[in-house]
Ligand binder design. Sequence first.
Ligand SMILES: C[S@@+](CC[C@H](N)C(=O)[O-])C[C@H]1O[C@@H](n2cnc3c(N)ncnc32)[C@H](O)[C@@H]1O
Length: 311
Amino acid sequence: MTYLQGRFFTYRLITVTLIAFVLVLVAGQTLPVRAQEVTPDIEEISDQLDVPFVPSHADVLRTMFELTKAKKDDYVVDLGSGDGRIVIAAAKWLGAQGFGVDLNAKLVAIANKRAQRQGVADRAKFYVRNLFDTDFSKATLVTMYLLPEIVLQLRPKLMAALKPGTRIASHDYHLGDWRPDHMRVVDSGGEERSIVYAWTVPAKVAGNWTWDVAYSRYFNGVAPMRAEIEQRYQDLSGGMIGQGGFVPIRTGMVSGTKVSFSVTSEIDDVVVDQTYVGTISGNEINGTVHLSGSVKPVEIPWRATRRPVGR
Ligand SMILES: C[S@@+](CC[C@H](N)C(=O)[O-])C[C@H]1O[C@@H](n2cnc3c(N)ncnc32)[C@H](O)[C@@H]1O
């Protein structure tokens, strides 16, 4: 076993032990834990690598696809594709297409052969390439099963390169302080446990936004609104500055391009609960605002514009 393989299995052992510990606490019983099943031929290849190849179990693949709602029109990129099983499964099970990259030429050759044998070579392609030098901006779904520090190094690249709405699924290792949207413990063969994490790349919503809310049926005319929105991954915070002064925004979220938040603020001396839901495109959000509280509940159109940075 090489140094990196040793580290990989150590990380895995720590993760699995932690999960087992939590499950023991919850279930009050001991869970047997054993190492990932590795067939002799794979072990032989893996032994010759600087970076270990440990294949994901089919149930991990299914869970990755389920949590990310993977579908036929997805473009799947597996970073560190090993024997190609993730992209091949996406092509066979879902009819999707994509590619995988791996540093190891032998594994890439095996992956391309497997894709050919399984009749999906036109939709599942594999390249010898360092994942850090790979342009994956075309992806709508990125998958990975890598070492924890590699996953963390990748995070800024994923955030910068991927389109809002692109999903990411990671086997066993999370993206640090980027809270996953989904997480599931999976039986990955025998008594083995894996964790699958999933995220959706959020659009950039931070900035100064203004809009008018016209509800002349309830108030006199149009109320100008201004919000300063701060963003940490998919979580939005900040506040609205209106007639009653600063009010914090609540439950602010962005999932892909879908933005939502709530505020309670004074408008024409009336306290109004406002729930905004919309789709962001560039410096514009279009959607609806639901008003309630001291007014008869009503939903009206909402169009906000962001002041371009620097103005
Ligand atoms: C744990 S295996 C996962 C294989 C496959 N994705 C799966 O889930 O079954 C990790 C793979 O990543 C590859 N790898 C590690 N670092 C890489 C890098 N910087 N660029 C490309 N491939 C890399 C290794 O060669 C290995 O095949």
